[in-house]
Design a protein around this ligand. Structure first.
Ligand SMILES: [Ca+2]
Length: 292
C-alpha cells in the first residue's frame, strides 16, 4: 500500500525521504519506574547521526557520520549529547566526498576532533596527523586507479579494456622501481585468464610466474581444454624469467583419466568415478564403497 502524502514539503525534511538520519542503541532499566520506559527515557549506549548532501533521494549521499558513545559513568537517559553537554558521550566524526558521477572520492576521519564539534568542510581538507584523509581518483573507464592513504602513500593501478589490472604500483613516487618506492607488479592475460605476473625489481631484475593454459588428450589428458591451467612455472633463480624446469603441474594426465576407484575386481559400473581427484559418484555395492 503506497504511503500517503505528508503535509511537509518533500526535500526539506529528512524523514519525508525515508532516509535514516539517526540510530540509537539503548537498554531498558526493567526495575525502574514505568516512566523510565517511555521513549527517550532509556539510557542510550551508542548513537549514530548521518548527514546528507542533497535534498532528494537521487544523487544523495551520506557526507558526515557522527558517532556517539556513552561515557561509562554517565547516568542520564535519552539522546546522547557531547563530551561536555547533555548526556555525556564520546563523539567522533567521519566525512565523505563524492564526484559528479556519485563515486566516493574522499574519506576524512578526524576522530573526536579534539573534543570540538566538527562541521563538514565543503572541500576535502589537507592531510595531517589528526585529519586522516584517504582519496580516490578514477580513470576515463570509471575504474579507481589512484588511491592515496592518510600517510600520503599513493597506490596506482592500470587496466586493460576488460578491467583487469595490468600493472600496479605501490608507494608510487616517479614510476621507477627502487628499494624504497615504486613497487611494481605487471600482469598479462589471455582469453582464459591470468597468464603471467611479473614483479619488477631494481636494476632491471624481475621475477616472473607463468600460468600455462591448455590440456589435450593427445598430450595425455582426459579431455581437451584451452581454459584449464596445465602448469605453473616459477622464476628461474638465475634470470627471474618463468622456467619450465621449475613448475607445478596442475592437471596431470592421470588425474583427468576417468577411472573407477573400488576394490580390485569390481566392475567400474556403479563405482566411484574420479575426475581430477574428486569422486563423482558413490559405489552402488553396500559395504564395499571405494575411496573417492
Ligand atoms: Ca622511484
Amino acid at each position: 500500500m503506497p504511503r500517503t502524502s505528508r503535509a511537509s514539503r518533500g526535500g526539506y525534511v529528512y524523514h519525508v525521504l525515508n532516509r535514516g538520519n539517526g540510530r540509537r542503541a539503548s537498554f531498558t532499566q526493567k526495575k525502574k519506574s514505568p516512566a523510565l520506559k517511555k521513549p527517550n527515557r532509556d539510557p542510550v549506549l551508542q548513537q549514530i547521526e548521518t548527514t546528507y548532501n542533497g535534498n532528494s533521494l537521487r544523487n544523495s549521499h551520506v557526507i558526515l557520520v557522527t558517532a556517539k558513545q556513552r561515557f561509562h559513568d554517565e547516568t542520564g537517559t535519552g539522546a546522547l549529547g557531547t563530551a561536555s553537554t547533555g548526556v555525556k558521550a564520546r563523539v567522533s566524526y567521519a566525512a565523505s566526498y563524492f564526484d559528479g558521477a556519485d563515486r566516493l572520492t574522499g574519506v576524512v576521519d578526524v576522530g573526536t576532533n579534539g573534543g570540538s564539534s566538527y562541521t563538514w568542510p565543503f572541500t576535502v581538507p589537507s592531510r595531517s596527523d589528526t585529519v586522516l584523509v584517504t582519496t580516490t581518483a578514477y580513470n576515463s573507464a570509471g575504474l579507481a586507479w589512484k588511491r592515496i592513504d592518510p600517510r600520503g602513500i599513493e597506490t596506482r593501478g592500470y587496466f586493460n579494456a576488460l578491467g583487469d589490472v595490468t600493472k600496479s604500483i605501490e608507494n608510487y613516487v616517479d614510476g621507477t622501481v627502487s628499494d624504497t618506492d615504486d613497487k611494481i607488479t605487471e600482469s598479462t592475460y589471455n582469453a582464459a585468464g591470468l597468464t603471467t605476473v611479473r614483479v619488477v625489481l631494481p636494476s632491471g631484475g624481475q621475477q616472473v610466474t607463468e600460468w600455462v593454459h591448455g590440456v589435450t588428450t593427445s598430450g595425455g589428458s582426459g579431455l581437451n581444454s584451452n581454459d584449464l591451467v596445465k602448469e605453473v612455472r616459477y622464476p628461474a633463480p638465475s634470470t627471474g624469467a618463468s622456467s619450465s624446469s621449475s613448475k607445478d603441474v596442475r592437471i596431470r594426465p592421470a588425474d583427468l583419466s576417468i577411472t573407477h576407484n573400488c576394490d580390485p575386481g569390481h566392475t567400474p559400473v556403479g563405482c566411484p568415478r574420479v575426475l581430477s581427484g574428486r569422486a563423482t559418484a558413490q559405489c552402488g555395492l553396500a559395504g564395499r564403497r571405494g575411496v573417492g
